[in-house]
Design a protein around this ligand. Structure first.
Ligand code: URA
Length: 434
């Protein structure tokens, strides 16, 4: 088999066989197929698409491209959650300690930022000394002893996805339903959880811009997950504006911690609770969503969730004093306020542009190798539907370089729309697909 022929076949819009897909994944993973040929194939897939059979073959080839995590030594049913990628999405940081506080084992592998979207692992690294890598036995031991461990995707787990993910990020081949479904489900299948809850983002900051595409992606992933014996549910949630008020790694950790302390964003708490309640019901620890949601919210009120988060940070080497007092978190030294030029209501966000502005500040990766600045980002003071007076602050940008601050401010100025009429905020939870 030759990679050239596979590229040509897909370029011409023909269906790839299971063995062709396995050949590509195996030989790209072991380095025999170079990045330039894989990039060409990804672009052909992006333009021509893959059918369901091809997507399932791609998912399984990627899931089997390395180790599969054996979580059988963790007692009880394990639940995992994955987001298709958004701006300001810090739900993992909130829902994981809530679930762990209720005794649900959370053995989670998370990703880094991709394109204009953030990643949990980058966020956690803004806590000084926090380690996002643990030996497998420590990972399992932490989950058994305190119900929560969160690490970066190891090089051995779905290594094909790790390589392809990095390549897609810099070749404009991210937002394709088959590639996203295979990327997410290969990791989730290899990571071994019994219950998988997917947060499929819809809107101007998501890879899926409209509800029809989001439904297609969600149904495909739910079908793949259930097809291999993992109970899979998808929640379609709004990404027509950033989630909560913080965008940027350290800023998002602060918002997540404040939410766990009961003082943060209502939106972040709402989405975290909905996702977690599906996980709780899925593992059989709650009879229905109302009970699940009530128990989860109690972990905020009785402080069990924030205590669990502190315990988790300490276990993974992080400096807990930054969680106890989030004003210690390092933020960009240069700030600029964006103020309203006239009064009215916030009508819309070009949410991906907010993500790009954060990236321009230095908070995201422009190439696979880019170092990111964890202390930069954007704080939104106003969201869709909020009334704004002339001269009032809409957002504050945090940076460390004047040039970056300039470029990001220009981008942010274009990233929101105003209306003279009152505007309804978008509905946060759009649909559930089981
Ligand atoms: N998240 C993933 O893990 N993979 C994608 O392709 C997109 C979002």
């Amino acid at each position: 088999m030759r990679m050239y022929d596979v590229i040509e076949k897909k370029r011409d819009g023909r269906e790839l066989t299971e063995s062709e897909i396995q050949y590509v994944i195996q030989h790209y993973t072991n380095g025999e197929i170079p990045d330039y040929q894989m990039s060409a194939l990804l672009m052909a897939i992006f333009i021509r698409g893959m059918n369901k059979k091809e997507t399932i073959a791609l998912t399984m080839a990627m899931a089997e491209s390395g180790d599969q995590l054996d979580l059988s030594s963790i007692q009880g049913k394990k639940a995992d959650k994955h987001s298709t990628g958004g701006v300001g999405d810090k739900t993992t940081l909130v829902l994981s300690p809530m679930l762990a506080a209720l005794g649900v084992p959370v053995a989670k592998m998370s990703g880094r930022g991709l394109g204009h979207t953030g990643g949990t692992i980058d966020k956690l690294e803004s806590i000084p000394n926090f380690s996002t890598t643990l030996p497998e036995h420590t990972f399992i031991q932490n989950v058994n002893e305190m119900k929560l461990a969160l690490v970066g995707q190891t090089a051995h787990l779905a290594p094909a996805d790790k390589k392809i993910y990095g390549l897609r990020d810099v070749t404009a081949t991210v937002d394709n339903i088959s590639l996203i479904a295979a990327s997410i489900m290969s990791k989730k299948i290899a990571a071994g959880a019994d219950v998988i809850v997917l947060d499929v983002k819809v809107g101007s900051g998501a890879f899926m811009k409209n509800i029809e595409d989001a439904r297609k992606l969600a149904s495909l992933m739910v079908e793949i997950g259930n097809g291999v014996g993992r109970k899979t549910v998808a929640v379609l949630s709004d990404m027509n504006q950033p989630l909560g008020n913080a965008v940027g790694n350290a800023l998002e950790v602060i918002e997540a911690v404040e939410t766990l302390k009961g003082k943060g964003s209502k939106e972040v708490l709402k989405l975290s609770t909905v996702l977690a309640s599906h996980m709780l019901v899925g593992v059989g620890k709650a009879e229905n969503y109302e009970n699940a949601s009530k128990s989860l919210l109690e972990t905020i009120e009785n402080k069990q969730a924030i205590h669990k988060f502190e315990e988790f940070v300490a276990r993974q080497g992080g400096d807990v004093s930054y969680i106890k007092d989030t004003s210690k978190m390092k933020l960009g030294a240069l700030t600029r306020d964006l103020v309203a030029k006239e009064g009215g209501y916030i009508q819309s966000f070009q949410t991906s542009e907010v993500g790009v502005a954060a990236l321009l500040l230095g908070g995201g990766r422009e190439t696979k190798e880019s170092e990111i600045d964890l202390s930069v980002g954007i704080r939104l003071h106003k969201k869709i539907g909020d009334k704004v007076e002339k001269g009032e602050r809409i957002a504050t940008l945090y940076a460390n370089e004047a040039q970056r601050l300039e470029a990001a401010s220009e981008r942010m100025e274009q990233a929101y729309g105003m209306s003279k009429e009152a505007v309804e905020p978008p509905k946060l939870i759009k649909e559930i697909i089981e």
